[in-house]
Design a protein around this ligand. Structure first.
Ligand SMILES: [Zn+2]
Length: 265
């Protein structure tokens, strides 16, 4: 059997979906076993039997697919919903947050490179949004952990300049372009652009990076830690990605409306 005629089945999250031609759809989906894949679903806009609502953004679906003859796109034969996340879809703030998570996963994953840990990360956080309250802590932890899984986690344990381990009381300065902190002795003269972090933020972010998935929901950031974490994580994301994620601006606007920093559960 050649690669061309082998049919595979994988669970995957829909990262994007767009109409193509008169009746087809082109879908990018992220699987645990095969990484991010792009496929065409022929007749998807007409056949509810084969595709139903399984291709909506961030839906977890079971994809049956094979390598198309022309090479670039997989041929998606059918697709069934495994988890549609009704609790997220019924809430605007949660829907925008899930869309932001999906955009980050899309930006951090190359095609055809398996990343089971990143798949489990997305599954965990969509599950938290589905069943729990949307909090800023969840958003910051998602960013922190996806950066860490992708090799860009902020280095907070020791000074990026001299390598000295930071003592617990020291308030170091964070530099996004160096991906880490500098101790008091190594920080440049004033006006240098580093962000001063409180020891509590350093401790919380180190804990958040390394926490087993089951304990993630229990880590809650204080307002000060949230504010400092937001500043350094958004700078690292902008530095690594070269721009701010598109969905983040909309999400910030909506979450700031009415002075609410937090969506309803
Ligand atoms: Zn130093």
């Amino acid at each position: 059997m050649t690669r061309e005629d082998r049919t595979e089945r994988e669970s995957g999250f829909v990262l994007s979906c767009r109409d193509y031609g008169e009746s087809d759809r082109i879908v990018t989906f992220f699987t645990g076993g095969r990484g991010k894949l792009k496929g065409i679903a022929k007749g998807a806009r007409r056949s509810t039997r084969r595709f139903s609502n399984s291709m909506e953004l961030f839906c977890l679906s079971s994809f049956l697919f094979s390598r198309g003859r022309s090479g670039a796109l997989y041929l998606i034969e059918n697709c069934d919903v495994e988890e549609h996340f009704p609790g997220i879809r019924g809430n605007v703030e949660k829907t925008l947050t899930a869309s932001y998570f999906i955009e980050l996963v899309d930006l951090f994953t190359p095609e055809e490179k398996p990343s089971p840990a990143l798949f489990e990360h997305l599954k965990l956080f969509l599950g938290l949004l589905e069943k729990g309250t949307l909090t800023e802590s969840i958003m910051r932890l998602f960013e922190l952990r996806i950066l860490n899984l992708s090799g860009y986690g902020p280095a907070l344990e020791r000074c990026a300049r001299c390598g000295k381990p930071l003592c617990d009381e020291e308030a170091p300065f964070f530099f996004a372009e160096e991906g880490g902190v500098r101790c008091q002795l190594c920080r440049p003269a004033s006006g240098s652009g580093g962000i001063k972090l409180s020891p509590g933020t350093v401790r919380t972010l180190i804990a958040g990076k390394n926490l087993p998935p089951g304990k993630v929901p229990r880590l809650v950031f204080s307002p000060r830690i949230l504010q400092e974490s937001d500043e350094i994580l958004s700078r690292v994301l902008r530095h690594v990605l070269g721009r701010e994620p598109r969905s983040l601006g909309v999400l910030r606007d909506v979450l700031d409306m009415g002075g609410e920093k937090k969506g309803p559960s």
